[in-house]
Design a protein around this ligand. Structure first.
Ligand code: FAD
Length: 230
């Protein structure tokens, strides 16, 4: 498991296949298979990635559990192709606030973590701000969370349905949510290509880095090949 920020994480729950299954999926055309990964197999993987023969990479599958702020979940959800939450949307499962099942937590940047607006770009962030602004931002965020949570608890105590009381949950973008993501190795590589890039928001970049490290432990040759050539 890779921890992210104060309370988030990415955990690799399960995998199907290995670098070898990429090779054997490709070699089935010739009715051949190998049991150990040889140097010529590594060359084949590189060739497949370089020449966009991507289907063998879709026989390798990874399942992650992610605990992240809602703003990160919304960005992640957009990766539909190669993730098994594509139509009919069967394999994205997320904790539900209709049934208050666990403690409410938030992503709260530290005093030194508040970033400035970028100078020459409409998206992203510039350098970190000084602690005076950071301290005030943190105080204001904590105040907002406190008052929202008071309203939420009042609504629950007053007998309002939890599925509606959640309207009071503050800082929805920072609300921590947990989900399972099952995805092909090619889907992982596409996600990493976009979300480890500087254009992606800092927070999702941290999660993407964790996904990369976990995926690399299981598919070192194939993931490298895909990332070098996508
Ligand atoms: C820096 C950044 C900023 C972004 N800003 C915004 C934003 O402001 N608003 C917003 O809504 N989204 C935004 N996005 C999300 C972006 O538009 C994509 O939805 C997201 O990156 C997922 O990428 P994808 O569609 O390639 O992934 P997937 O859905 O997984 O698709 C993978 C690939 O499959 C192919 N494919 C998918 N669907 C089709 C199709 N119908 N026909 C043919 N080929 C297909 C394409 O080659 C595609 O790249 C942003 C993404 C990034 C990285």
């Amino acid at each position: 498991m890779k921890k992210i920020f104060n309370n988030g994480y990415v955990r690799l729950v399960d995998t199907m296949g290995s670098d070898l299954s990429v090779v054997n999926s490709a070699r089935v055309s010739f009715n051949r298979a190998t049991e150990t990964l040889r140097p010529e197999d590594e060359k084949l993987i590189a060739y497949l990635a370089k020449n966009d023969h991507t289907s063998p990479f879709r026989h390798a599958t990874l399942q992650f559990e992610v605990y992240a702020p809602l703003m990160v979940a919304r960005q992640w959800w957009k990766y539909i192709i190669g993730s098994s939450h594509q139509d009919p949307f069967t394999a994205w499962n997320e904790s539900s606030r209709r049934y208050v099942t666990e403690e409410i937590e938030f992503y709260i940047p530290k005093v030194t973590d508040w970033r400035s607006k970028p100078e020459n770009s409409k998206q992203g962030s510039g350098p970190n701000l000084d602690e005076k602004i950071g301290g005030e931002a943190l105080d204001r965020l904590l105040d907002q969370i406190k008052s929202g949570m008071e309203n939420y608890n009042w609504a629950i105590d007053s007998g309002i349905a939890t599925e509606q009381a959640r309207l009071f949950i503050p800082s929805a973008y920072g609300l921590m949510v947990r989900w399972y993501w099952t995805v092909s190795l090619q889907g992982v590589a596409h996600f990493l290509q976009q979300r480890t890039d500087d254009h992606a928001q800092f927070e999702i970049r941290e999660y993407a880095q964790a996904v990369k490290e976990l995926a690399k432990e299981k598919f070192p040759v194939s993931l490298d090949a895909l990332l070098n050539h996508l």
